[in-house]
Design a protein around this ligand. Structure first.
Ligand SMILES: Cc1cc2nc3c(=O)[nH]c(=O)nc-3n(C[C@H](O)[C@H](O)[C@H](O)COP(=O)(O)OP(=O)(O)OC[C@H]3O[C@@H](n4cnc5c(N)ncnc54)[C@H](O)[C@@H]3O)c2cc1C
Length: 374
């Protein structure tokens, strides 16, 4: 016997859970997650920042539209803070100054920025080497708490009679008599009129299971290491510091530092593991750009950032299947854009007013990839 809901969501990461929470206000929603816990893949492995140096105009607009959610969390989501302030410093060497000027101009419409000279750069981040000569600071950057975000969305989903089933990997998906029927690897069957594909790196595979054309997703691996800061470092006031070009970022993390070499290694969908090459690169770039010596790596992990061919998310009904909804391709910005993306998904599914004025429906619709393929 199939367990029936209005909407089935495949994927219990931040995309699936935030959309499910939003949809559950007006529909009976069930989320199916393959792993034993929500957020096991990308959503639990990120750098957890909200900042505007990521992506392009569309990504920044989605980020700006999401920001107030983190600062004034709606009551239904509980009283646990989902974010805290952390300044963002983008720094540049002399020869990188033009790249900093360009990035400054790109971000300025979205955030209040201060231009910093060399002395100000080093005051904000004393760990940087002397050759960091220029900077821009966004004092209102946010450090997100993905665990709290997942739990807050789950709380809303459950309060609205929705369900999350873990250990429920979709093994087959069929459209039978106007409903989607999903059979899990454990042999259970779930049914729903609408299927939301929020399967992260696996979203193309889930589409193919349902007989829907893939949009051409490419997961890319990114690595993070943690290690001790030099004795006496004022970790509490350190910013999230990023090179103007995508080479290195670092920030304080639970009494230590974390850093990423901003690697983007194409990967199949998988349980991503840190590779020794990228771990070594992270340590090397940290020592190249800062005065920190990475003598001992405390921990390391990797996760997948999954991109569509144009780098913008795919959000909308599939043009080639009935009531099959895409919510994929959140790349490296899926946490910070999740509130706006959830509202957009709910507005399209519920045929409600479009919620983000600066973003057009066509820019996100999956049809753009199928037109190109044709
Ligand atoms: C190192 C790193 C740094 C990052 N830094 C940031 C950052 O600073 N800010 C930011 O906003 N974003 C950041 N990101 C990106 C962000 O983490 C992702 O965009 C976001 O987590 C994607 O969420 P998701 O729900 O789509 O994917 P996931 O969290 O991967 O969730 C997809 C889920 O679908 C499940 N699934 C797959 N197939 C099936 C199936 N057949 N049946 C049932 N379930 C299935 C998977 O098990 C998985 O749990 C970073 C990512 C990484 C890896």
């Amino acid at each position: 016997m199939a367990r029936t809901s209005d909407i089935l969501v495949i994927g219990g990461g931040i995309a699936g859970l935030s959309a499910a929470a939003e949809l559950s206000k007006n529909a009976r929603v069930t989320v199916l997650e393959a792993e034993e816990q929500a957020g096991f893949h990308s959503s639990g492995r990120s750098a957890t920042m909200l900042h505007y140096a990521l992506g392009d105009r569309l990504v920044r607009a989605l980020t700006l539209a999401s920001r107030s959610f983190f600062e004034e969390v709606p009551t239904a989501f509980g009283d646990v803070p989902l974010a805290r302030r952390m300044p963002v410093l983008i720094h540049a060497r002399e020869e990188e100054r033009h790249a900093l000027d360009a990035l400054h101009a790109d971000i300025a419409p979205f955030a209040e920025l201060d231009r910093l000279d060399a002395a100000q750069v080093h005051r904000l981040c004393p760990l940087l080497r002397e050759d960091a000569r220029h900077g821009i600071a966004d004092w209102n950057g946010l450090r997100l708490d993905p665990h709290a975000m997942l739990q807050a969305n789950l709380r809303v989903l459950r309060a609205n009679d929705g369900e999350l089933h873990t250990g429920a990997g979709a093994a087959s998906i069929e459209r039978i008599g106007g409903t989607w029927q999903v059979r899990t690897e454990a042999g259970e069957t779930f049914a729903g009129a609408i299927l939301v594909n929020a399967a992260g790196a696996w979203a193309d595979q889930v589409a193919q299971l349902a007989g829907v054309a893939p949009v051409g997703l490419q997961p890319k691996r990114r690595t993070i290491i943690t290690f001790d800061a030099p004795p006496g470092t004022d970790l509490e006031h350190l910013p999230f510091a990023k090179t103007v070009n995508d080479e290195l970022y670092f920030a304080p993390e639970s009494g230590r530092l974390f850093a990423s070499p901003m690697d983007e290694i194409p990967s199949d969908p998988c349980d991503a593991q840190a590779d020794e090459m990228e771990v070594a690169l992270a340590a090397w770039r940290m020592e190249e750009r800062t005065v920190v010596r990475v003598d001992r790596i405390h921990s390391r992990w990797a996760g997948l950032r999954t991109f569509t061919p144009d780098g913008h998310p795919a959000v909308g009904f599939a043009p080639d299947a009935e009531r099959f909804f895409w919510l994929a391709g959140q790349g490296g910005f899926g946490l910070q854009t999740s509130p706006a993306m959830a509202r957009i998904a709910a507005s399209l599914i519920m045929q409600a007013a479009w919620p983000v004025a600066d973003v057009a429906e066509e820019d996100l619709g999956p049809a753009r990839f199928l037109r190109k393929a044709a």
